[in-house]
Design a protein around this ligand. Structure first.
Ligand SMILES: Cc1cc2nc3c(=O)[nH]c(=O)nc-3n(C[C@H](O)[C@H](O)[C@H](O)COP(=O)(O)OP(=O)(O)OC[C@H]3O[C@@H](n4cnc5c(N)ncnc54)[C@H](O)[C@@H]3O)c2cc1C
Length: 372
């Protein structure tokens, strides 16, 4: 008989791991909201950058990029090409050079651009920008489609998804987990996967397991519809890390890159963050009187080294951590979920460029409580 796995959390993390695990286990995903992807997953900027964040995230992205570039059957249309620019003014030239130096060996396609070349790529840029680096290997991801394809694959493999199932109690009885919802439904399983996003520590506490000390940080997204045509522009990131904007058809999506610490919650945008994003967009481009058309916020979840946490708890075999996906949970999902499924089966990965130890919960100094 196959072992059973219950996954708490129906975001990209939970669903991608569940669909990989469903080849070997009987898997049930429990999601407290009325649909999967309601929290961080449904609120992302939906991009993939290869030179991104840190070396571990970079390698997990490399393990994922082929999936997006040549999607397997049933996943067509989940990604399309996008160029992205890191830009700065005279004062930021050292930061631009540093970005290039940090990544050029691993991403040899990166190119420096002169001021004139910047304006050819993105004619609305303010003249204060004097240099930049272009990355022609970024991707725009269709997160909604990705999640639907994963759900379909998971169900075809016999997986079950229970929505409106908020786990409020977890017991470990005679070697198996018993999870109870707020309306008294129960599910039992041999292995529990904790993929509860911002709530991973809360779920651990329910199971009487020491939290890893994650920190959730709120980030705001805004969509506006400038009257100029934009779809051929690259995504632009200020090297000062306080604004990015990217074309989405005739809309522009932007973010002030806020990272405000937050309790786990249904994050909502704050007026100040929206106003700052619009002000920075107007300072950075020729666009004026920009009116936000749609605003939202979501939580990005980190541990101190800003790498994900994947693996069995050292003190509680049968409790598997799958969280802390920061601002990279979508772009790393294909590679990371394959590695996660191998670890669930207790097999060592042969294909992953990230080692088991780099992601293990045991690397964290839980005595100091992570961020808590
Ligand atoms: C503004 C913004 C921009 C971003 N841009 C990008 C980007 O461009 N590229 C990228 O790769 N990443 C991006 N990210 C990050 C990405 O969205 C996250 O890394 C990813 O969505 C995390 O997925 P998750 O499944 O861990 O969390 P979530 O999507 O939050 O899923 C966790 C789920 O667990 C459920 N849950 C929690 N507690 C319980 C419980 N007790 N019982 C049952 N269910 C429970 C929740 O309801 C939730 O649905 C961005 C994030 C934000 C906020």
């Amino acid at each position: 008989m196959r072992e059973s796995v219950v996954v708490v959390g129906g975001g990209i993390a939970g669903l991608s791991l569940a669909s990989q695990a469903a080849y070997d286990f009987d898997v049930t995903v429990l999601e407290s909201e009325f649909q999967p992807g309601y929290h961080s997953t449904g609120r992302s900027a939906a991009v993939l950058h290869i030179p991104f964040e840190n070396d571990v995230v970079h390698r997990l992205t490399l393990d994922s990029v082929d999936f997006f570039r040549s999607p397997p059957k049933g996943f067509q249309g989940v990604a399309e090409s996008l160029s992205s620019l890191r830009i700065g003014g005279t004062a930021e030239e050292p930061e631009i050079e540093n970005f290039l130096e940090t990544w050029i060996a691993r991403c040899p396609w990166l190119e420096s651009l002169s001021q004139k070349e910047l304006f050819t790529k993105c004619p609305i840029l303010s003249k204060k920008f004097t240099s930049g680096v272009i990355d022609n290997q970024s991707l725009h991801l269709d997160v909604h489609r990705l999640l639907s394809c994963m759900r379909r694959e998971f169900k075809e493999l016999g997986g079950k998804i229970e929505t409106n199932f908020r786990v409020v109690s977890i017991e470990h009885v005679h070697g198996s987990w018993k999870l109870t919802s707020d309306n008294a439904a129960t599910v039992t399983a041999d292995i529990l996967v904790n993929a509860a996003g911002a709530w991973v520590d809360d779920v651990a506490r329910l199971a009487d397991i020491q939290p890893i000390g994650v920190q959730a940080r709120r980030r705001t997204g805004i969509r506006c519809k400038p009257s100029v045509f934009s779809s051929s522009w690259p995504m632009c990131y200020l090297i000062t890390d306080d604004l990015y904007f990217k074309p989405e058809g005739r809309s522009l999506m932007l973010s002030p890159c806020d990272a405000t610490p937050s309790e786990p919650c249904d994050a909502q945008p704050e007026t100040i963050d929206i106003a700052q994003a619009i002000a920075r967009l107007e300072e950075s481009t020729t666009l004026q009187n920009v009116v936000p058309h749609e605003c939202w916020a979501g939580l990005r979840v980190f541990v101190p080294d800003q790498w994900p946490v994947v693996g069995y708890d050292r003190d509680h075999p049968g409790f598997f951590w799958y969280g802390a996906f920061g601002g990279f949970g979508v772009q790393t999902a294909p590679g990371c979920s394959k590695l996660g499924a191998m670890l669930l089966r207790h097999t060592e990965s042969t294909n992953s460029s990230v080692s088991v130890h780099e992601l293990s919960p045991s690397r964290l100094n839980r005595a100091t409580g992570g961020y808590s």
